[in-house]
Write a protein that binds this ligand. Structure first.
Ligand code: URQ
Ligand code: ZN
Ligand code: ZN
Ligand code: ZN
Length: 496
Protein backbone atom coordinates (compact mmCIF):
# COMPACT_ATOMS: atom_id res chain seq x y z
CA UNK A 1 0.00 0.00 0.00
CA UNK A 2 1.45 3.32 -1.00
CA UNK A 3 1.74 5.48 2.05
CA UNK A 4 0.63 9.07 2.24
CA UNK A 5 4.06 10.44 2.85
CA UNK A 6 5.41 8.86 -0.35
CA UNK A 7 2.42 9.69 -2.50
CA UNK A 8 1.99 13.21 -1.15
CA UNK A 9 3.03 15.82 -3.64
CA UNK A 10 2.77 19.45 -2.66
CA UNK A 11 0.42 21.22 -4.93
CA UNK A 12 0.30 24.76 -3.53
CA UNK A 13 -1.30 26.24 -6.60
CA UNK A 14 -4.34 23.93 -6.67
CA UNK A 15 -7.46 25.82 -5.78
CA UNK A 16 -10.54 24.01 -4.61
CA UNK A 17 -13.22 25.11 -7.03
CA UNK A 18 -16.22 24.22 -4.92
CA UNK A 19 -17.05 25.75 -1.57
CA UNK A 20 -19.89 23.22 -1.29
CA UNK A 21 -18.78 19.80 -0.17
CA UNK A 22 -20.81 16.75 0.79
CA UNK A 23 -18.95 14.00 2.65
CA UNK A 24 -20.94 10.78 2.23
CA UNK A 25 -20.99 7.22 3.60
CA UNK A 26 -18.45 7.82 6.35
CA UNK A 27 -18.58 6.95 10.04
CA UNK A 28 -18.63 10.26 11.91
CA UNK A 29 -16.65 10.15 15.16
CA UNK A 30 -17.04 12.79 17.86
CA UNK A 31 -15.80 12.58 21.43
CA UNK A 32 -19.27 11.54 22.58
CA UNK A 33 -20.67 9.70 19.59
CA UNK A 34 -19.86 7.50 16.61
CA UNK A 35 -22.36 6.85 13.85
CA UNK A 36 -22.83 6.64 10.09
CA UNK A 37 -23.65 10.13 8.85
CA UNK A 38 -23.12 12.54 6.00
CA UNK A 39 -21.83 16.09 6.31
CA UNK A 40 -22.74 19.07 4.15
CA UNK A 41 -20.30 22.01 4.14
CA UNK A 42 -20.67 25.47 2.69
CA UNK A 43 -18.37 28.49 3.00
CA UNK A 44 -16.09 26.61 5.38
CA UNK A 45 -18.79 25.79 7.93
CA UNK A 46 -20.63 22.53 8.61
CA UNK A 47 -24.24 23.29 7.64
CA UNK A 48 -25.89 19.87 7.92
CA UNK A 49 -25.14 16.50 9.47
CA UNK A 50 -27.51 13.65 8.63
CA UNK A 51 -28.45 11.04 6.04
CA UNK A 52 -29.97 11.60 2.58
CA UNK A 53 -28.88 15.23 2.59
CA UNK A 54 -29.72 17.41 -0.42
CA UNK A 55 -26.97 17.78 -3.04
CA UNK A 56 -27.15 21.36 -4.40
CA UNK A 57 -25.56 21.87 -7.82
CA UNK A 58 -21.81 22.50 -7.91
CA UNK A 59 -21.38 20.39 -4.74
CA UNK A 60 -18.24 18.32 -4.54
CA UNK A 61 -18.98 14.82 -3.26
CA UNK A 62 -16.34 13.01 -1.21
CA UNK A 63 -17.06 9.32 -0.74
CA UNK A 64 -15.90 8.37 2.77
CA UNK A 65 -16.99 4.72 2.55
CA UNK A 66 -15.01 2.61 5.10
CA UNK A 67 -13.33 5.74 6.47
CA UNK A 68 -13.81 7.58 9.76
CA UNK A 69 -14.77 11.25 9.61
CA UNK A 70 -13.32 13.08 12.62
CA UNK A 71 -12.66 16.59 13.88
CA UNK A 72 -9.26 17.69 12.64
CA UNK A 73 -6.51 17.32 15.23
CA UNK A 74 -5.75 20.25 17.52
CA UNK A 75 -2.12 20.29 18.69
CA UNK A 76 -2.06 22.37 21.88
CA UNK A 77 1.72 22.53 22.11
CA UNK A 78 4.10 23.67 19.35
CA UNK A 79 7.20 25.86 19.11
CA UNK A 80 7.58 26.99 15.51
CA UNK A 81 10.43 29.40 14.70
CA UNK A 82 11.36 29.50 18.40
CA UNK A 83 14.69 31.09 19.36
CA UNK A 84 15.91 28.83 22.11
CA UNK A 85 19.31 27.88 23.56
CA UNK A 86 21.19 29.68 20.79
CA UNK A 87 19.23 28.30 17.84
CA UNK A 88 15.92 28.89 16.01
CA UNK A 89 13.68 25.84 15.59
CA UNK A 90 13.76 24.91 11.92
CA UNK A 91 10.07 24.10 11.50
CA UNK A 92 8.71 27.55 10.82
CA UNK A 93 5.02 28.47 10.63
CA UNK A 94 4.85 27.27 7.04
CA UNK A 95 6.67 23.97 7.27
CA UNK A 96 5.24 23.21 10.69
CA UNK A 97 1.63 23.79 9.71
CA UNK A 98 2.05 22.12 6.31
CA UNK A 99 3.30 19.04 8.14
CA UNK A 100 0.49 19.32 10.67
CA UNK A 101 -2.12 19.25 7.90
CA UNK A 102 -0.37 16.34 6.17
CA UNK A 103 -0.77 14.36 9.40
CA UNK A 104 -4.42 15.28 10.05
CA UNK A 105 -3.95 18.22 12.44
CA UNK A 106 -6.00 21.28 11.45
CA UNK A 107 -5.09 23.67 14.25
CA UNK A 108 -2.04 24.33 16.37
CA UNK A 109 -1.49 26.33 19.56
CA UNK A 110 1.99 27.84 19.65
CA UNK A 111 3.88 29.39 22.56
CA UNK A 112 4.99 33.00 22.25
CA UNK A 113 7.94 33.04 24.65
CA UNK A 114 9.37 36.44 25.68
CA UNK A 115 12.93 37.34 26.43
CA UNK A 116 13.35 38.21 30.11
CA UNK A 117 12.46 41.90 29.82
CA UNK A 118 10.33 41.75 26.69
CA UNK A 119 6.80 43.09 26.90
CA UNK A 120 4.17 40.35 26.57
CA UNK A 121 2.31 42.58 24.14
CA UNK A 122 5.41 42.89 21.95
CA UNK A 123 6.00 39.12 21.97
CA UNK A 124 2.36 38.56 21.01
CA UNK A 125 2.73 40.86 18.01
CA UNK A 126 6.08 39.27 17.12
CA UNK A 127 4.49 35.83 16.95
CA UNK A 128 1.49 37.09 15.01
CA UNK A 129 3.82 38.69 12.44
CA UNK A 130 5.75 35.43 12.07
CA UNK A 131 2.64 33.34 11.57
CA UNK A 132 0.54 35.54 9.34
CA UNK A 133 0.86 34.74 5.61
CA UNK A 134 2.70 31.51 6.41
CA UNK A 135 0.29 29.28 8.30
CA UNK A 136 -1.56 26.55 6.40
CA UNK A 137 -4.05 26.02 9.23
CA UNK A 138 -5.60 28.02 12.05
CA UNK A 139 -3.61 28.78 15.17
CA UNK A 140 -3.91 30.18 18.67
CA UNK A 141 -1.23 31.48 21.02
CA UNK A 142 -0.23 30.73 24.60
CA UNK A 143 2.00 33.42 26.10
CA UNK A 144 5.05 32.59 28.21
CA UNK A 145 5.74 34.41 31.48
CA UNK A 146 9.50 34.74 32.02
CA UNK A 147 9.33 37.02 35.06
CA UNK A 148 6.70 38.35 37.44
CA UNK A 149 5.82 42.01 38.02
CA UNK A 150 2.82 44.32 38.28
CA UNK A 151 3.51 45.30 34.68
CA UNK A 152 3.32 41.66 33.57
CA UNK A 153 0.01 41.36 35.37
CA UNK A 154 -1.32 44.38 33.48
CA UNK A 155 -0.11 42.97 30.19
CA UNK A 156 -1.85 39.66 30.92
CA UNK A 157 -5.11 41.51 31.39
CA UNK A 158 -4.68 43.34 28.08
CA UNK A 159 -3.87 40.09 26.29
CA UNK A 160 -7.03 38.48 27.66
CA UNK A 161 -9.31 41.41 26.99
CA UNK A 162 -7.93 42.74 23.72
CA UNK A 163 -5.93 40.02 21.97
CA UNK A 164 -7.87 36.81 22.59
CA UNK A 165 -5.27 35.08 24.76
CA UNK A 166 -6.57 32.90 27.62
CA UNK A 167 -3.51 30.82 28.58
CA UNK A 168 -0.11 31.59 30.04
CA UNK A 169 2.83 29.22 30.48
CA UNK A 170 5.01 29.50 33.56
CA UNK A 171 8.29 27.60 33.75
CA UNK A 172 9.57 25.86 36.89
CA UNK A 173 12.72 24.91 34.96
CA UNK A 174 15.30 26.71 32.76
CA UNK A 175 16.86 28.59 35.68
CA UNK A 176 18.04 32.06 34.64
CA UNK A 177 16.03 31.94 31.42
CA UNK A 178 12.32 31.35 32.12
CA UNK A 179 12.18 29.92 35.66
CA UNK A 180 9.82 31.46 38.23
CA UNK A 181 9.94 30.88 42.00
CA UNK A 182 6.98 29.70 44.05
CA UNK A 183 5.86 33.22 44.97
CA UNK A 184 5.82 34.19 41.30
CA UNK A 185 3.94 31.00 40.46
CA UNK A 186 1.39 31.76 43.16
CA UNK A 187 0.88 35.31 41.92
CA UNK A 188 0.69 34.34 38.26
CA UNK A 189 -1.82 31.58 38.99
CA UNK A 190 -3.90 34.07 40.98
CA UNK A 191 -3.76 36.57 38.13
CA UNK A 192 -4.97 33.84 35.75
CA UNK A 193 -7.82 32.95 38.09
CA UNK A 194 -8.93 36.59 38.33
CA UNK A 195 -8.87 36.85 34.53
CA UNK A 196 -10.63 33.54 33.89
CA UNK A 197 -7.44 32.41 32.14
CA UNK A 198 -5.58 29.10 32.31
CA UNK A 199 -2.15 28.83 33.96
CA UNK A 200 0.08 26.27 32.24
CA UNK A 201 3.32 24.98 33.74
CA UNK A 202 6.50 23.33 32.60
CA UNK A 203 6.92 21.23 35.73
CA UNK A 204 10.53 20.37 36.60
CA UNK A 205 12.57 21.59 39.56
CA UNK A 206 15.00 23.97 37.85
CA UNK A 207 17.16 24.48 40.95
CA UNK A 208 17.89 20.76 41.28
CA UNK A 209 18.57 20.52 37.53
CA UNK A 210 21.00 23.44 37.75
CA UNK A 211 22.97 21.85 40.60
CA UNK A 212 22.86 18.34 39.09
CA UNK A 213 24.13 19.72 35.77
CA UNK A 214 27.11 21.40 37.42
CA UNK A 215 27.96 18.24 39.31
CA UNK A 216 27.65 16.00 36.20
CA UNK A 217 29.78 18.31 34.04
CA UNK A 218 32.41 18.67 36.80
CA UNK A 219 32.56 14.88 36.99
CA UNK A 220 33.27 14.72 33.25
CA UNK A 221 29.83 13.57 32.09
CA UNK A 222 29.25 15.84 29.08
CA UNK A 223 27.51 13.45 26.61
CA UNK A 224 23.85 13.68 25.63
CA UNK A 225 22.95 11.01 28.18
CA UNK A 226 23.80 13.58 30.86
CA UNK A 227 20.60 15.44 30.01
CA UNK A 228 18.29 12.77 31.44
CA UNK A 229 20.69 12.12 34.34
CA UNK A 230 20.33 15.78 35.39
CA UNK A 231 16.53 15.59 35.61
CA UNK A 232 15.27 12.14 36.72
CA UNK A 233 11.57 11.41 37.07
CA UNK A 234 11.31 12.59 40.67
CA UNK A 235 12.57 16.06 39.64
CA UNK A 236 9.53 16.27 37.35
CA UNK A 237 7.16 14.68 39.87
CA UNK A 238 8.21 17.06 42.65
CA UNK A 239 7.40 20.07 40.48
CA UNK A 240 4.07 18.59 39.38
CA UNK A 241 3.13 18.15 43.01
CA UNK A 242 4.22 21.70 43.91
CA UNK A 243 2.31 23.23 40.99
CA UNK A 244 -0.84 21.29 41.92
CA UNK A 245 -0.59 22.38 45.55
CA UNK A 246 -0.07 26.03 44.61
CA UNK A 247 -3.02 25.97 42.18
CA UNK A 248 -5.27 24.39 44.82
CA UNK A 249 -4.18 26.93 47.43
CA UNK A 250 -4.83 29.77 44.96
CA UNK A 251 -8.05 28.18 43.72
CA UNK A 252 -6.94 28.43 40.10
CA UNK A 253 -7.12 25.90 37.29
CA UNK A 254 -3.87 24.29 36.17
CA UNK A 255 -2.76 22.75 32.87
CA UNK A 256 0.44 20.73 33.15
CA UNK A 257 2.18 20.50 29.78
CA UNK A 258 4.30 17.59 28.53
CA UNK A 259 3.87 15.09 31.36
CA UNK A 260 6.67 12.70 30.49
CA UNK A 261 6.96 10.18 33.32
CA UNK A 262 5.00 7.62 35.31
CA UNK A 263 5.87 9.32 38.62
CA UNK A 264 4.69 12.76 37.45
CA UNK A 265 1.54 11.34 35.90
CA UNK A 266 0.71 9.48 39.10
CA UNK A 267 1.05 12.61 41.21
CA UNK A 268 -1.16 14.54 38.79
CA UNK A 269 -3.78 11.78 38.86
CA UNK A 270 -3.76 11.77 42.68
CA UNK A 271 -4.34 15.54 42.81
CA UNK A 272 -7.16 15.28 40.29
CA UNK A 273 -8.82 12.51 42.29
CA UNK A 274 -8.40 14.40 45.58
CA UNK A 275 -9.84 17.58 44.10
CA UNK A 276 -12.84 15.72 42.70
CA UNK A 277 -13.38 14.19 46.15
CA UNK A 278 -13.06 17.52 47.97
CA UNK A 279 -14.75 19.83 45.48
CA UNK A 280 -16.89 17.56 43.30
CA UNK A 281 -14.83 18.45 40.24
CA UNK A 282 -11.28 19.18 39.23
CA UNK A 283 -9.65 22.08 37.41
CA UNK A 284 -6.29 20.30 37.00
CA UNK A 285 -5.56 19.05 33.48
CA UNK A 286 -2.65 17.02 32.13
CA UNK A 287 -1.11 16.85 28.67
CA UNK A 288 1.30 14.27 27.40
CA UNK A 289 3.15 14.09 24.10
CA UNK A 290 3.24 11.89 21.02
CA UNK A 291 6.93 11.43 21.90
CA UNK A 292 6.10 10.11 25.37
CA UNK A 293 3.56 7.56 24.15
CA UNK A 294 5.35 6.74 20.90
CA UNK A 295 8.84 6.06 22.14
CA UNK A 296 11.15 6.18 25.17
CA UNK A 297 14.88 6.68 25.87
CA UNK A 298 16.04 3.43 24.32
CA UNK A 299 19.81 2.98 24.43
CA UNK A 300 19.48 0.24 21.79
CA UNK A 301 18.21 2.78 19.28
CA UNK A 302 20.94 5.32 20.04
CA UNK A 303 23.89 4.55 17.78
CA UNK A 304 25.68 7.88 17.83
CA UNK A 305 25.83 11.21 19.60
CA UNK A 306 23.41 12.75 17.13
CA UNK A 307 20.78 10.06 17.71
CA UNK A 308 20.96 10.86 21.42
CA UNK A 309 20.93 14.64 20.97
CA UNK A 310 17.97 14.39 18.57
CA UNK A 311 15.96 12.78 21.38
CA UNK A 312 16.78 15.52 23.91
CA UNK A 313 13.78 17.44 25.16
CA UNK A 314 12.60 18.54 28.61
CA UNK A 315 11.31 16.79 30.60
CA UNK A 316 13.33 14.00 29.04
CA UNK A 317 12.17 10.79 27.40
CA UNK A 318 12.33 8.19 30.16
CA UNK A 319 14.38 4.99 30.03
CA UNK A 320 11.59 2.95 31.65
CA UNK A 321 10.18 1.06 28.61
CA UNK A 322 6.78 0.78 30.29
CA UNK A 323 6.31 4.57 30.28
CA UNK A 324 4.46 4.79 26.92
CA UNK A 325 1.96 2.08 27.85
CA UNK A 326 1.46 3.60 31.31
CA UNK A 327 0.72 7.06 29.91
CA UNK A 328 -1.62 5.63 27.26
CA UNK A 329 -3.56 3.94 30.05
CA UNK A 330 -3.90 7.26 31.88
CA UNK A 331 -5.10 8.85 28.65
CA UNK A 332 -7.66 6.05 28.39
CA UNK A 333 -9.01 6.57 31.90
CA UNK A 334 -8.97 10.39 31.79
CA UNK A 335 -6.15 10.89 34.26
CA UNK A 336 -4.57 12.74 31.31
CA UNK A 337 -6.71 14.81 28.95
CA UNK A 338 -4.76 16.03 25.94
CA UNK A 339 -1.88 15.10 23.64
CA UNK A 340 0.50 17.60 22.06
CA UNK A 341 3.65 17.36 20.03
CA UNK A 342 5.84 20.00 21.72
CA UNK A 343 7.34 20.29 18.25
CA UNK A 344 10.58 22.23 18.71
CA UNK A 345 12.93 20.93 16.04
CA UNK A 346 16.63 21.53 15.60
CA UNK A 347 18.84 20.09 12.87
CA UNK A 348 22.05 18.17 13.52
CA UNK A 349 24.24 21.26 13.19
CA UNK A 350 22.11 23.07 15.76
CA UNK A 351 22.00 20.15 18.20
CA UNK A 352 25.82 20.09 17.85
CA UNK A 353 25.95 23.28 19.92
CA UNK A 354 25.93 20.84 22.83
CA UNK A 355 28.35 18.23 21.53
CA UNK A 356 30.79 18.96 24.40
CA UNK A 357 28.22 19.90 26.99
CA UNK A 358 24.79 18.27 27.14
CA UNK A 359 23.26 21.35 28.81
CA UNK A 360 23.85 23.27 25.57
CA UNK A 361 21.90 20.89 23.33
CA UNK A 362 18.83 22.80 22.08
CA UNK A 363 15.93 21.00 23.68
CA UNK A 364 13.14 19.74 21.48
CA UNK A 365 11.88 17.01 19.16
CA UNK A 366 9.46 16.59 16.26
CA UNK A 367 5.84 15.41 16.44
CA UNK A 368 3.52 17.91 14.74
CA UNK A 369 3.13 15.72 11.63
CA UNK A 370 3.06 12.29 13.22
CA UNK A 371 1.11 12.91 16.45
CA UNK A 372 -2.23 11.65 15.11
CA UNK A 373 -0.87 8.46 13.51
CA UNK A 374 1.35 7.63 16.49
CA UNK A 375 -1.53 8.01 18.96
CA UNK A 376 -3.85 6.04 16.67
CA UNK A 377 -1.32 3.21 16.39
CA UNK A 378 -0.38 3.12 20.08
CA UNK A 379 -3.86 3.90 21.36
CA UNK A 380 -6.66 2.66 19.11
CA UNK A 381 -4.86 0.00 17.03
CA UNK A 382 -3.43 -1.35 20.28
CA UNK A 383 -6.89 -1.41 21.90
CA UNK A 384 -6.01 1.01 24.67
CA UNK A 385 -8.97 3.25 23.83
CA UNK A 386 -11.65 3.67 21.18
CA UNK A 387 -11.94 6.20 18.31
CA UNK A 388 -14.17 8.50 20.41
CA UNK A 389 -11.48 8.80 23.07
CA UNK A 390 -8.89 9.33 20.31
CA UNK A 391 -10.91 12.33 19.10
CA UNK A 392 -11.26 13.59 22.66
CA UNK A 393 -7.54 13.56 23.45
CA UNK A 394 -6.29 14.73 20.04
CA UNK A 395 -8.86 17.48 19.44
CA UNK A 396 -11.98 17.96 21.57
CA UNK A 397 -10.48 18.35 25.04
CA UNK A 398 -8.01 20.97 23.85
CA UNK A 399 -10.91 22.86 22.24
CA UNK A 400 -12.93 22.68 25.48
CA UNK A 401 -10.08 23.65 27.80
CA UNK A 402 -8.99 26.61 25.65
CA UNK A 403 -12.61 27.60 25.06
CA UNK A 404 -13.03 27.28 21.32
CA UNK A 405 -15.47 24.34 21.45
CA UNK A 406 -17.72 23.58 19.53
CA UNK A 407 -16.36 25.89 16.84
CA UNK A 408 -13.35 23.59 16.95
CA UNK A 409 -12.95 20.00 18.10
CA UNK A 410 -16.37 18.85 16.93
CA UNK A 411 -18.27 17.65 13.86
CA UNK A 412 -21.50 19.56 14.37
CA UNK A 413 -23.75 22.07 12.67
CA UNK A 414 -22.07 25.46 12.90
CA UNK A 415 -18.60 24.08 13.59
CA UNK A 416 -15.68 25.04 11.37
CA UNK A 417 -15.18 22.47 8.63
CA UNK A 418 -11.84 21.30 10.02
CA UNK A 419 -12.20 17.61 9.25
CA UNK A 420 -9.93 14.62 8.78
CA UNK A 421 -11.20 11.62 6.79
CA UNK A 422 -9.20 8.84 8.33
CA UNK A 423 -8.32 5.45 6.87
CA UNK A 424 -7.84 3.21 9.89
CA UNK A 425 -6.67 0.30 7.78
CA UNK A 426 -4.02 2.10 5.77
CA UNK A 427 -0.45 1.98 7.08
CA UNK A 428 2.45 4.32 6.64
CA UNK A 429 6.06 4.14 7.73
CA UNK A 430 7.36 7.28 9.41
CA UNK A 431 10.69 8.63 8.18
CA UNK A 432 12.64 11.89 8.00
CA UNK A 433 13.23 10.93 4.37
CA UNK A 434 9.56 11.43 3.56
CA UNK A 435 8.09 13.65 6.25
CA UNK A 436 7.03 17.22 5.43
CA UNK A 437 8.81 18.81 8.36
CA UNK A 438 11.90 20.90 7.81
CA UNK A 439 13.94 19.03 10.42
CA UNK A 440 16.51 16.40 9.36
CA UNK A 441 15.54 13.84 11.99
CA UNK A 442 12.42 11.98 13.10
CA UNK A 443 12.28 10.37 16.54
CA UNK A 444 9.65 7.92 15.20
CA UNK A 445 11.93 6.82 12.31
CA UNK A 446 10.83 3.50 10.88
CA UNK A 447 7.66 3.24 12.95
CA UNK A 448 4.82 1.64 11.00
CA UNK A 449 1.48 3.19 11.91
CA UNK A 450 -2.07 2.29 11.06
CA UNK A 451 -4.19 5.39 10.55
CA UNK A 452 -3.57 7.72 7.62
CA UNK A 453 -5.52 10.80 6.50
CA UNK A 454 -7.08 10.30 3.05
CA UNK A 455 -8.63 13.78 3.08
CA UNK A 456 -8.05 16.78 5.35
CA UNK A 457 -10.33 19.81 5.18
CA UNK A 458 -9.10 23.05 6.71
CA UNK A 459 -11.87 25.61 6.94
CA UNK A 460 -13.75 23.69 4.26
CA UNK A 461 -10.79 23.64 1.86
CA UNK A 462 -9.54 20.22 0.81
CA UNK A 463 -5.86 20.34 1.77
CA UNK A 464 -5.19 16.61 1.60
CA UNK A 465 -7.10 15.31 -1.39
CA UNK A 466 -7.14 11.56 -1.76
CA UNK A 467 -3.68 11.49 -0.22
CA UNK A 468 -2.26 14.43 -2.15
CA UNK A 469 -1.17 17.42 -0.04
CA UNK A 470 -2.49 20.72 -1.36
CA UNK A 471 -1.77 23.30 1.30
CA UNK A 472 -2.48 26.96 0.88
CA UNK A 473 0.23 29.04 2.49
CA UNK A 474 -1.31 31.83 4.55
CA UNK A 475 -4.79 30.27 4.58
CA UNK A 476 -4.74 29.84 8.35
CA UNK A 477 -6.32 32.35 10.70
CA UNK A 478 -5.50 33.43 14.24
CA UNK A 479 -8.19 32.02 16.55
CA UNK A 480 -8.83 34.14 19.67
CA UNK A 481 -9.34 31.98 22.77
CA UNK A 482 -11.86 33.63 25.10
CA UNK A 483 -11.50 33.57 28.90
CA UNK A 484 -13.81 31.76 31.35
CA UNK A 485 -13.98 28.41 29.62
CA UNK A 486 -17.05 26.66 31.03
CA UNK A 487 -15.22 23.36 30.82
CA UNK A 488 -12.49 24.73 33.08
CA UNK A 489 -14.25 27.15 35.38
CA UNK A 490 -17.81 25.95 35.77
CA UNK A 491 -17.92 22.35 34.68
CA UNK A 492 -20.67 20.63 36.66
CA UNK A 493 -19.98 17.14 38.00
CA UNK A 494 -21.50 15.45 35.02
CA UNK A 495 -20.33 17.55 32.08
CA UNK A 496 -22.91 17.26 29.30
C1 URQ B 1 10.88 25.52 25.50
C2 URQ B 1 10.32 24.19 25.11
C3 URQ B 1 11.45 23.32 24.62
N1 URQ B 1 10.99 21.99 24.31
C4 URQ B 1 11.20 21.01 25.19
N2 URQ B 1 10.15 20.52 25.77
O1 URQ B 1 12.32 20.61 25.43
C5 URQ B 1 9.57 23.57 26.29
O2 URQ B 1 10.12 23.45 27.38
O3 URQ B 1 8.41 23.19 26.13
ZN1 ZN C 1 8.15 23.09 28.40
ZN1 ZN D 1 23.85 9.62 13.65
ZN1 ZN E 1 7.08 23.07 24.82
Amino acid sequence: MENLTNSTKEDPMMKNSSNRILIKNGIVVNADNIMKNDIYIEEGIIKMVGLNLPEPEDTRIIDATSFLVMPGGIDPHTHLELEFMGAVSVDDFYHGTKAAVAGGTTMIMDFALPDKDESLIDVYHKWRARATNKVCCDYALHIGIAKWSAEVKTQMEELCKVYGVNSFKMFMAYKGVYMLNDTDLYNSFEACKNLGAIPMVHAENGDIIFENTKRLLDSGITGANGHALSRPEEVEAEAVNRACVISKQVGSPLYIVHVMSKSAANILAEHRTAQIKEEGRTKIFGETLAAAVGTHWDENKINCWHDAAAHVLSPPLRSDPDTPHFLLNLLANDALQTTGSDNATFNANQKALGENNFSKIPNGVNGVEDRMSVIWEKGVESNMFDPCRFVEITSTNAAKIFNIYPRKGCIGVGSDADIVIWNPNKKRTISAKTHHQAVDYNIFEGMECHGVPEYVLVGGRVCVDNGVLKVFKGQGKYIPTPTNSQFVYNKPNTFC
